[in-house]
Ligand binder design. Structure first.
Ligand SMILES: [Zn+2]
Length: 88
């Protein structure tokens, strides 16, 4: 597991394991918090139980769904409010 901590820039690289919801993939933001508490899927309601996970953009992500991005010197801020359009 990569050493992800609060303030790190991360990208979502995996769908939710329970139902495969993948519209967060490609989202880049900073880790706001690392918490240990119960987590459940907001899409299908699957209960993951209590675990240590990150809060990114107000959403809980398990560590294995995130990839740490090295800070960019020339870009001090990346806007990530929009989600990528998803073609089905
Ligand atoms: Zn789900």
């Amino acid at each position: 597991m990569e050493n992800i901590k609060v303030g790190d820039l991360v990208m979502v690289i995996k769908p939710i394991p329970c139902c495969g919801y993948d519209k967060r993939i490609g989202m880049i933001s900073t880790v706001e918090q690392i918490v240990e508490r119960g987590m459940y899927c907001t899409i299908c309601g699957h209960n993951f139980g209590t675990s240590t996970h990150t809060i990114v953009n107000g959403i809980g992500f398990s560590f294995d769904r995130l990839k740490k991005i090295p800070p960019l010197e020339e870009q001090d801020k990346i806007e990530t409010k929009e989600e990528l359009p998803c073609k089905v």
